[in-house]
Design a protein around this ligand. Structure first.
Ligand code: BGC
Ligand code: CA
Length: 306
């Protein structure tokens, strides 16, 4: 196993660090602490990380083309003012996130999870069962006019998704299946079809407790997949071949995103909640935001057109 050099971008105790999303216009990285209901804004130039408490579980954050941010809040989408981050303090009171729309997903037993936008500005939002066992989740595609369609049903934990560089493929993970799925994608309509397995991750290779979580595609079309419970990430070719293993000193690696100059940095979020005291002692960086040099450039994150 190759031990990768990494930097600690933000040393903190986020409970469930997730959803890194690079805003190329502002040169900042947004990310969330899902269970703490906190949205973070990290400025690499100054090293400053400020945050806003939104008062409910927040699955993801993406910039909005018209300004501000969209977050997955509980079972719906909400908008958050960019000014919410002006004061840097973890103790500040909740900021009102204004409801934008509800998703047709059961309240009380599901919540929004990973979300990101395609190059046309459509927002793709996964939902998951709170018990992490029931097939109550799905994947919604939300168009600029806020029309939402559930394009994948019956998932348990809808997680990482992204597109190939030419956008003719869509990759999608439902974590407990350990499978990375690939679909044909029509960039003009946002339609996906012909689901098949790109790779099914072997517990013997990634670890018995490990599942694939967030993912991002690089400029070469390869997939960087975070391993929740697997102490790192894996890089897979567009044919599903395992190309690289990234080992990190944190068990629950949740998601990654390309950012920085030329999209040459890989930001990695991690999780702290659910660890025992001895595990916490052995993983002081659990919850921190990490950054590594993947040796390849990434593809840009896109803002929501709605
Ligand atoms: C979810 C977690 C879940 C993890 C592993 C994350 O995206 O937010 O609740 O435990 O994936 O499947
Ligand atoms: Ca995730």
């Amino acid at each position: 196993m190759t031990s990768w050099a990494f930097e600690v971008a933000v040393e903190c105790h986020s409970l469930l660090g997730e959803g890194p999303c690079w805003d190329g216009r502002a040169g900042v990285l947004y990310w969330v602490d899902i269970v703490a209901g906190r949205v973070h804004r990290y400025e690499p130039d100054s090293g400053r990380d400020s945050s806003a408490q939104v008062g409910a579980p927040v699955g993801f954050v993406v910039p909005r083309a018209s300004g501000g941010l969209v977050v997955g809040l509980g079972t719906g989408l909400a908008v958050l003012d960019g000014d919410a981050f002006d004061i840097s303090s973890h103790a500040r009171p909740a900021v009102a996130a204004q409801a934008l729309m509800a998703l047709e997903t059961p309240a009380g037993t599901t919540r929004t999870n990973d979300g990101c936008c395609d190059a046309a500005g459509r927002l793709w939002v996964g939902t998951m069962a709170l018990d992490e066992r029931s097939p109550l989740g799905g994947l919604f595609r939300v168009d600029a006019d806020l029309a939402a369609e559930c394009v994948i049903t019956g998932t348990t934990i809808s997680n990482g998704h992204d597109w190939s560089p030419s956008r003719d493929r869509f990759y999608f993970v439902d974590s407990p299946t350990r499978r990375i799925n690939v679909f044909d994608h029509d960039p003009a309509t946002g339609t996906i079809e012909n689901r098949r397995a790109l790779a099914t991750l072997d517990p013997g290779e990634i670890g018995a407790d490990a599942v694939p979580d967030g993912l991002r595609v690089d400029a070469d079309g390869c997939l960087w997949v975070a391993l929740h419970g697997g102490w790192g990430l894996r890089r897979y070719s567009p044919d599903g071949e395992l190309l690289a293993r990234v080992e990190l000193p944190v068990a629950r690696v949740t998601c990654c995103c390309f950012g920085g100059e030329g999209l040459r940095d890989l930001y990695v979020t991690t999780r702290r909640d659910g660890l025992s005291d001895p595990e916490l002692e052995a993983q002081p960086l659990a919850g921190s935001l990490l950054r590594l040099d993947p040796g390849v450039a990434g593809l840009p994150s896109h803002p929501f057109a709605g």
